[in-house]
Design a protein around this ligand. Structure first.
Ligand SMILES: [Zn+2]
Length: 411
């Protein structure tokens, strides 16, 4: 069939595709046009939607990709893995959500050697974590401690917190974790007080102590760039922010996205002997050039990839160059939590690890970055990087062993 067959009979507002479909159904001609107009009262020259009654809410849209492309399932990582970014223990004496022995079974199934449990707590809580996980399963779990933010307003806090870090090391912890509490939640003088800045001087003794102890600081300050913008139709994380309105840091007295990163960078600069791991690809996976400049400036900083393969995998050429150039500075991580279903990109399980492995090891195209029916962080899919064996070894475990100063793989 050719377009020239009866051009004068084709309604001016129809696309060629619409015309072909209608012709195929034996409906070509004025009848179809007349029906459509009668139903919707549209003037003759206005576009008429083909099926206007079918407005589908975005939340219900679950398109299946029609691409016939290679799928390379990776059941186990090619090399043993250290997951530098997990949250396996629970708060304040609660029992673990999943018994540690069951977690280890999943770990074995996917060639995951060690989980670095970042939120091990402090004091009594840390002691319980270390007994339940680290000591019960040597080499499979290592835990970090966290600052005691609730005391940050007390006199003498700076020195006390510095000493506390050394106590946590004696108790068996392997590093210090900073949540985005710092910079986005912690306030001086109660809930209405001013936000404490990331580079506040009262934390200097703590950063210094970590350097002296040879301890890495795993740092999560900031969040995706879109969380600092209005939750409107232009926001690429609209659905995610709508599901979690409290993740928005737009407005009120929140600092701008770049202000937080600048404050963090001043901490990196002030403590060159302390090793920092900037989690979530330095909180700027959307801008790998910017992250690269930060890494060039601060040799004491590494990055980790947890919950950001959705960003890395939609810019595969830029990401592959980034992994090549910074192969000694990138750590494997997932941000896994063995609990809940709210953030599928983080739910601990075989599926989650297999997606990460597929992303790093294969050159598969256009696949889901999270085990979920709808991509939870934004409606896009990702492309694998097909990293070399040399880079895979470094990212999977060598860099983490060096940063932690621990031999964990094959130990
Ligand atoms: Zn995390």
């Amino acid at each position: 069939m050719s377009d020239e067959r009866a051009p004068e009979r084709r309604p001016a507002t129809w696309s060629r595709r619409g015309w072909l479909a209608a012709a195929g159904a034996g409906l070509i001609g004025s009848t179809v046009r007349g029906d459509a107009e009668a139903a919707h009262g549209g003037p003759a020259n206005q576009p008429v939607p083909r099926n206007p009654s079918a407005t589908l809410p975005l939340a219900e849209f679950q398109p299946k990709s029609m691409l016939h492309v290679t799928e390379t399932p990776i059941a186990r990582a090619r090399f043993p893995v250290i997951d530098f970014h997990t949250h396996v223990s629970r708060r304040r004496g609660q029992k673990p959500a999943v018994p540690p022995a069951d977690i280890v079974k999943t770990m074995d199934a996917v060639n995951l050697r060690t989980m670095v449990n970042l939120t091990g707590g402090s004091g009594e809580e840390l002691a319980t974590t270390i007994t339940t996980f680290d000591r019960a399963f040597p080499g499979r779990f290592v835990s970090m401690t966290e600052p005691t933010w609730t005391r940050a307003g007390e006199a003498g806090y700076a020195v006390w917190q510095g000493d506390e870090v050394a106590n946590a090391k004696a108790a068996g912890a392997v590093g210090l974790k900073i949540l985005k509490t710092l910079g986005l939640y912690l306030r001086d003088g109660g809930p209405q007080g001013t936000l404490v800045r990331v580079d506040d001087a009262r934390f200097d003794p703590m950063w210094e102590a970590c350097g002296r102890l040879g301890w890495p600081v795993a740092m999560h300050v900031g969040d995706p760039e879109a969380f600092f913008l209005p939750t409107d139709r232009f926001n690429e994380r609209y659905e995610e922010l709508s599901a979690h309105p409290d993740w928005s840091f737009y407005g009120r007295d929140f600092p701008a996205f770049k202000e937080i990163l600048n404050a963090r960078d001043r901490v990196f600069a002030r403590h060159p002997k302390t090793t920092f791991v900037a989690l979530h690809v330095g909180h700027w996976a959307e801008n790998l050039k910017g992250v690269g400049e930060m890494l060039d400036k601060f040799p004491n900083v590494h990055v980790e990839i947890g919950a950001r393969i959705g960003e890395l995998g939609r810019q595969p050429s830029t990401s592959a160059q980034f992994f090549d150039r910074y192969q000694d500075r990138i750590l494997f991580g997932t941000d896994a939590i063995p609990l809940g279903t709210e953030t599928p990109q983080q739910v601990f399980g075989e599926d989650l690890y297999r997606i990460y492995y597929r992303f790093l090891e294969t050159e598969d195209e256009y696949f889901d970055y999270a085990p979920a029916p709808v991509p939870p962080q934004g409606r896009w899919r990702i492309y694998g990087l097909g990293l070399s064996e040399q880079i895979l070894r470094k990212v999977y475990y060598e860099n983490a062993e060096r940063v932690l100063q621990l031999k964990l793989v094959g130990a």
